[in-house]
Ligand binder design. Structure first.
Ligand code: PRT
Ligand code: MG
Length: 231
């Protein structure tokens, strides 16, 4: 049996990916998921799960500490994707990566270079360079929405889902940089060394994405025979 190590982040990606994993035959026990363990095995033992911070998922996979992982396209764009294949769009945890500015414009006394607060430093640099706008990018790790309010930045770049967070902080979206969803990423060396097992898993996950719109109950899926992949 070829064992695969899968990197996931807790939170919305985990919640939305778990049903797809189940459909693909990867059963995770509630006790493991709810525990504080950062590494645990799937019920059949073929998969080792690593529970990581979202931004660390591509790092673990690129270095081969995990064979594959699930990560938001936003995080992947910021990482750059070196050492990784991106074979599948899982179409979960959808949102948009957007530029937002104060609804009521904040007038600055001196016309200075536009300041952008974001945790997506590289993406923001590339985007504003692409539209020919010189900017100073200020890297933050959270609460970007605060930055314009306190005069730290003129605009922010962040992911937006319903838009309620922007609205609650007096901001409005002005430009969409990218449509975001979660992607399956695979280490390039693992793809060669564990090709058969990985291809089988990718095919199963692709099927799961297609049928994801159907309401799938745990009972229905769990009652299907779970074959070991690549055997
Ligand atoms: O939370 P933590 O700092 O640990 O890490 P994280 O924020 O990277 O993880 P998590 O689980 O919050 O998000 C993981 C991934 O989910 C992101 O990389 C995106 O690909 C995707 N995703 C989808 C989102 C959202 N929707 C989303 N709405 N990630 C974050 N948000 C946040 C956003 O930052 C903003 O604060 O939700 C707020 C906006 O939501 P609305 O509905 O008010 O617009
Ligand atoms: Mg978050």
């Amino acid at each position: 049996m070829t064992v695969l190590t899968l990197a996931l982040s807790k939170g919305r990606i985990f919640e939305e990916t778990r049903p797809l994993l189940l459909q693909a035959g990867i059963v995770l026990r509630d006790a493991d998921v709810q525990s504080r363990q950062l590494r645990f095995a799937s019920a059949c033992g073929q998969f080792k799960l690593l529970v990581l911070r979202a931004t660390d998922v591509p790092v673990f996979v690129a270095h081969g500490a995990a064979d594959l992982g699930v990560v938001g396209k936003d995080v992947l764009m910021e990482h750059g994707g070196e050492g990784l294949y991106e074979p599948l769009d899982l179409q979960v945890a959808r949102c948009r990566l957007m530029v937002a500015e104060p609804i009521i414009p904040i007038v600055r006394e001196f016309a200075q270079i536009k300041r952008v607060a974001t945790k997506y430093e590289q993406v923001a640099r590339r985007y504003f360079a692409g539209v020919g706008q010189p900017v100073e990018v200020i890297k933050l790790y959270g609460s970007m929405e605060l930055a314009p309010m306190v005069g730290l930045a003129d605009v922010i770049v962040d992911v937006v889902d319903t838009g309620k967070t922007l609205q609650a902080n007096g901001l409005k979206a002005t430009d969409c940089i990218a449509q975001i969803s979660s992607r399956l990423i695979v280490n390039k060396a693992s793809m060669k060394l564990k090709h058969k097992t990985l291809q089988a898993l990718i095919a199963r996950l692709a099927d799961a994405v297609v049928t994801d719109n159907a309401v799938v109950t745990n009972n229905f899926v769990a009652s299907k025979p779970v074959e070991r992949l690549g055997e």
